[in-house]
Design a protein around this ligand. Structure first.
Ligand SMILES: Cc1ncc(COP(=O)(O)O)c(C=O)c1O
Length: 392
């Protein structure tokens, strides 16, 4: 009889030639369980998605309740749908006054596409600046923001007018009167969790203000508590003009958003009308789940314990094979000697019941981004497994 693994390999699109192909049948809290009943500690939370852990009661309840009312009724932005309206209002209550209007979409990459379009439409300028080795998504607009030719060259031509700044050797001259926006990832996650320096960010903000360039901050990975505050921009004491969210925003359901001022967002209503449209964006079930997640995050201030958890990880992650630990909060990266050592360590960790991964632009680094709810005891157990895997 054909098993699930064979069906997966034959009929589900593959994105690499060697998928992990674990068959996970259940997830609860910080644990995943495979079809043989084996337990894995989840050290990556679905790539910074499941910030509240798996099988969260309040999120599940919100989903169940919303489905009983309605799931899809009309394309985004036409009807008053309470899950969208209430969630957008709640987000506004937690954000600075200029971030008071949310456009909900389906994913992080669509939120980036929306932000890029809105910046062009608002400024009537056509250049966009991104950082080297940042990742903003895989559709053609977001992919254009990827400096790494290995991932983008096969898909050219992409969109024109994209320029890059390397934060370690910045040439700020690319920011000029043709620049619609600059897009920052405050901790460049896929480069191995490299936080931008305060000086660099201050410099960028100053130029944006001088030259009327829109400051877009992509918080798909850093947002919603992961770095120890609700949003990473709070660490830098800056306020974006457009904030991009995704990943954990939907509490495990697919949801992204770009958030700006009402006046700026209104530019999508005319010249042309329907400046960005989406059938499923802001799906009511996803918004209900996202609101339940965000309410728990903020009411229980789950981000408050993130810093002490980071410190514990850093204390325990000491080993001759660990070259460095980078990142902020529970968005950490363990630098190993090489890609080979990293892949072997990941394989051994999985064998020993610890689920982890590498980074797109840092294949020699191991990802530590567990649910924010991880306990101290589980952090200790995770690190023990990891160090054992390195010893093997
Ligand atoms: C910082 C950042 N922005 C955008 C995206 C794209 O999000 P999605 O995969 O939901 O399109 C990602 C995904 O990893 C990301 O890490």
């Amino acid at each position: 009889m054909i098993n699930h693994r064979q069906l997966f390999l034959q009929h589900v699109a593959q994105t690499s030639q060697s998928p992990l192909a674990l068959h996970i049948v259940r997830a609860d809290g910080c644990f995943l369980y495979d079809d043989k009943g084996k337990e894995y500690i989840d050290l990556i939370a679905g790539i910074s998605v499941c910030n509240l852990g798996h099988n969260n009661f309040a999120i599940n309840e919100a989903i169940r309740k919303q489905i009983e009312h309605y799931s899809h009724i009309m394309v985004y932005g036409e009807l008053i749908e309470s899950p969208q309206t209430l969630f957008a209002s709640l987000l506004a209550a937690h954000l600075p006054p200029n971030l008071n209007c949310t456009y909900f979409v389906n994913s992080g990459t669509e939120a980036i596409e929306g932000a890029m379009k809105l910046a062009k439409r608002t400024t009537a300028r056509n250049e966009i600046v991104a950082l080297t080795n940042a990742y903003h998504g895989s559709t053609q607009g977001s992919l254009s923001l990827m400096s790494n030719e290995y991932f983008s060259s096969a898909f050219r031509p992409l969109i024109p007018g994209i320029k890059f700044i390397d934060p370690s050797a910045p040439d700020f001259a690319v920011l000029n009167e043709n620049t619609a926006c600059i897009i920052l990832e405050l901790v460049k996650a896929e480069e191995g969790c490299k936080p931008l320096t305060q000086d660099f960010v201050n410099h960028i903000v100053r130029i944006c203000r001088e030259k009327n360039i829109i400051l877009v901050v992509d918080e798909c990975q850093t947002g919603l508590g992961r770095t120890g505050k609700r949003f990473a921009f709070e660490h830098y004491d800056i306020v974006p003009d457009i904030l991009v969210l995704g990943k954990a925003l939907g509490g495990g359901m697919p949801l992204g958003a770009f958030i700006t001022s009402k006046a700026t967002m209104d530019n999508l209503t005319h010249n042309p009308v329907l400046g960005h449209i989406t059938t499923f964006g802001g799906h009511p079930v996803c918004c209900a789940a996202g609101m339940a997640a965000f309410s728990q995050l903020t009411e229980q201030k789950l981000y408050d314990s993130v810093e002490e958890k980071e410190i514990l990880f850093r204390e325990l992650l000491k080993h001759p094979k660990i070259k460095s630990v980078a990142g902020k909060g529970l968005l950490l990266s363990i630098e190993l000697e090489s890609e080979k050592v990293c892949l072997n360590t990941i394989r051994k960790c999985i064998e020993k019941g610890l689920f982890t991964d590498w980074f797109l632009f840092a294949p020699n680094c191991l990802r530590v981004a567990p649910p924010l709810t991880i306990s101290h005891q589980l952090i200790e157990r995770s690190c023990e497994i990891l160090l054992n895997a390195l010893n093997d």
